[in-house]
Design a binder for this molecule. Structure first.
Ligand code: ADP
Ligand code: MG
Length: 253
């Protein structure tokens, strides 16, 4: 069986600054990988590269065995046309730090938008599914609310329902709780935990170490654009082998 996510030899520089310095990472289907690391270590760039929102200088990404954003011609990779990239992107869910909901659409319309736009479902089917997904993240009573009428935690739960609605092969989360007031963090982490228990493949960047310990099959510590250490949570978080991991955990715990 193909890996759900496979990153091979990813290198990305901005000017003289190498932000991803040869990253290779495999996520098996249904597994949860949590990426931790200091600010500026390349975590967001790595997630964006998986979604082909950043083009790699070297290396490639595949999802369920399919190359993302490029096609292979002998030894060379060639960029796919924008339309093909957009189609691939609908199969990769992305939950952003700042929710990124459509402000002019209600909660249920936000969740139904992609399945309708891509023709994956009729409007009626997509709205029915969206109501069920909102109920599954505890927002059955908010389906007709606009984003501005919702708390940050509620908006992020709508964003999670929206990501699931596309039935993606993998959902990427970039610090999904770091823009939230502390009392709203728990409800969002709990929605992600429920999602993890359904066997959806997740890649989550977070500073919530207790959450990582609970939900991760694998923890990856990134520093300076390189994977310094990776393994099961009890190993990386409780018995880190590398001094840089220990120093980082000492600062965030
Ligand atoms: P993290 O998410 O771990 O905090 P990022 O992946 O956002 O780190 O960024 C890693 C480094 O790359 C940072 O130093 C950041 O300033 C730089 N960087 C990210 N995106 C760009 C860009 N579009 N142009 C220039 N530098 C960038
Ligand atoms: Mg980031």
């Amino acid at each position: 069986m193909s890996a759900a996510v496979e990153v091979t030899g990813a290198v990305k520089s901005f000017g003289a600054h190498t932000v991803l310095d040869g990253i290779s990472l495999t996520v098996a289907p249904g597994k949860v990988t949590v990426i931790i690391g200091p600010s500026g270590s390349g975590k967001s760039t790595l997630l964006r590269a998986i979604n082909h929102l950043e083009k790699l200088d070297q290396g490639y990404v595949s999802i369920n065995g399919e190359l993302i954003g490029v096609s292979r011609h002998g030894d060379r990779l060639r960029e796919l046309p924008e339309r093909a990239i957009l189609a691939q992107r609908t199969r990769i869910g992305f939950v952003f730090q700042n929710f990124n909901l459509f402000p002019h659409l209600t909660a249920v319309e936000n969740v139904a938008e992609a399945p309708i736009a891509t023709g994956a479902a009729t409007k009626a089917e997509a709205l029915d599914q969206a109501r069920a997904l909102l109920a599954s993240v505890g927002l059955a009573d908010k389906e007709n609310a606009y984003p501005r009428q919702l708390s940050g935690g509620q908006q992020q739960r709508v964003a999670i329902a929206r990501a699931i609605a596309q039935r993606p092969g993998v959902i990427l989360f970039d610090e999904p709780t770091s823009a939230l007031d502390p009392e709203l963090v728990g409800e969002v982490l709990s929605a992600i935990k429920d999602l993890a228990s359904t066997g959806t493949t997740l890649v989550i960047v977070t500073h919530e170490i207790a959450f990582a310990r609970e939900v991760a099959d694998e923890v990856v510590f990134l520093d300076g654009g390189q994977i310094v250490e990776q393994g099961p949570p009890h190993q990386v978080l409780d018995q880190p082998r590398h001094i840089r991991t220990r120093e980082f955990l000492g600062r965030v715990l």
